[in-house]
Design a protein around this ligand. Structure first.
Ligand SMILES: C[S@@+](CC[C@H](N)C(=O)[O-])C[C@H]1O[C@@H](n2cnc3c(N)ncnc32)[C@H](O)[C@@H]1O
Length: 169
């Protein structure tokens, strides 16, 4: 039997992992989005439920495909499908001014091509580390962080830690 349930869209099962509500709550509380917010892949709504109004959502298993969503929004906050990350990032950079994605940070930091795209958009304003993927029940052990990409940003990149993931003395 599969470790992760397949969906009606027969997606990569590793893309269908849901963020712990406490992490989603911390991320939204920390970054304080305002204006129109979008969760582009809401899954079971860990992030969507925490976002302030006005808010919009997509979710392929409910027939709403992010790649067909072309409205401009102020903020995107979510945990995207990792196997589509490159294309997902490109589309996000087109439609939002502030983007926070909970991702294995190596998905972004180990790719010069993706970093160039992000720095043409603005830059990485902040990374808030949450632990390893396994801490949240995701099927990988890489460090996971909420990476904040900000249009037109020219300042330094800050780092913070979810309390349970902070380095001990
Ligand atoms: C890593 S899960 C995260 C779900 C939720 N955002 C969370 O943090 O718990 C990725 C989600 O993306 C959805 N998804 C995959 N492709 C999509 C697409 N093209 N448009 C919208 N949602 C998509 C999957 O069905 C899945 O629910």
């Amino acid at each position: 039997m599969d470790a992760f349930p397949r969906t009606t869209t027969d997606q990569n099962p590793n893309d269908v992992v849901f963020t712990p509500v406490e992490w989603a709550r911390d991320i939204v509380g920390f970054f304080q989005p305002s204006g129109t917010c979008l969760d582009p892949c809401r899954g079971e709504s860990s992030f969507f439920d925490e976002l302030p109004e006005p808010k919009l959502w997509c979710e392929i298993t409910e027939g709403v495909d992010f790649f067909q969503f072309d409205e401009k929004v102020d903020w995107i906050i979510s945990n995207p499908p990792y196997s589509l990350f490159s294309r997902w990032l490109d589309h996000s950079l087109q439609i939002a001014d502030h983007i926070v994605y909970l991702i294995p940070v190596n998905k972004l930091l180990s790719s010069l091509q993706k970093l160039h795209k992000v720095y043409r958009f603005g830059g990485i304003a902040h990374i808030r580390y949450y632990g390893t993927g396994r801490d949240a029940g995701f099927p990988f052990g890489f460090p996971v962080g909420a990476v904040y990409l900000k249009r037109g940003y020219e300042g330094p990149m800050e780092i913070s830690w979810y309390p349970a993931a902070a380095p001990t003395q």
